[in-house]
Write a protein of this length. Structure first.
Length: 167
C-alpha cells in the first residue's frame, strides 16, 4: 500500500529490492522503472549472493531501495544501514521495515541468532539509528493504510511501522 504511493511521488528510475517478496513485485511494474532484486540465498534474483553488510553497488546507484524485514537477520545491522544509505541516490528514498515493539524505547539484542533467524527485536531507538545515517526519516504507521476502498481491513496492527528514509 505504501510502495505505489512512494513510487508515484518520487518517480524513481532504478529500484533495488532486498529479499524480494513475490507479493510486492507487482508494485514495481511501472513504466520507466528498472526493477532489480538482491538476496544472499535466493537464485531467482537479479543479484545473487549479495550480503547487505557489504554491497558491491556504487554510491547513489538506486533511486528506490526496499529492505523489508531483513535487518533483524544480520549480525551487523549498523553496517547494513550504512550500506543502504550509501547506495541511495541524493534524490532517492529507502524504505525499511523491521519487526519490533515500537512502544518500547530500546531494541532487544539477543546473545545469538534465534531459531527464526533474528538477532534483535527493534524498539524506538531504531529511529535514531536511522537518523544517524539518513537526512530525514519519515515514520509511517502502516495501520493508517489498513482499510481498502470498501472498508475491508487488511489486518495490519497498530504500530506496524515503515521507515521512509532520504539522504
Amino acid at each position: 500500500m505504501l510502495l505505489p504511493e512512494l513510487i508515484a511521488e518520487h518517480t524513481p528510475r532504478r529500484a533495488l529490492h532486498f529479499a524480494p517478496e513475490p507479493v510486492l513485485r507487482p508494485c514495481f511494474d511501472v513504466p520507466g522503472l528498472t526493477y532489480e532484486t538482491a538476496d544472499l540465498f535466493l537464485d531467482d534474483v537479479t543479484h545473487r549472493q549479495i550480503d547487505l553488510q557489504r554491497l558491491p553497488f556504487t554510491n547513489g546507484e538506486y533511486d528506490l531501495v526496499v529492505c523489508n524485514h531483513v535487518l533483524e537477520h544480520l549480525p551487523d545491522d549498523d553496517r547494513a544501514l550504512a550500506e543502504l544509505a550509501r547506495i541511495v541516490s541524493s534524490r532517492g528514498v529507502a524504505v525499511v521495515t523491521v519487526p519490533g515493539d515500537f512502544t518500547r524505547r530500546e531494541t532487544v539484542t539477543f546473545t545469538g541468532e534465534l531459531p527464526n533467524g533474528h538477532y534483535r527485536d527493534y524498539g524506538l531507538d531504531f529511529v535514531e539509528r536511522l537518523r544517524s545515517r539518513f537526512q530525514t526519516v519519515d515514520v509511517r504507521d502502516l495501520y493508517d493504510l489498513d482499510r481498502d476502498a470498501s472498508g475491508l481491513s487488511r489486518g495490519i496492527r497498530r504500530r506496524d511501522l515503515a521507515f521512509v528514509c532520504r539522504p
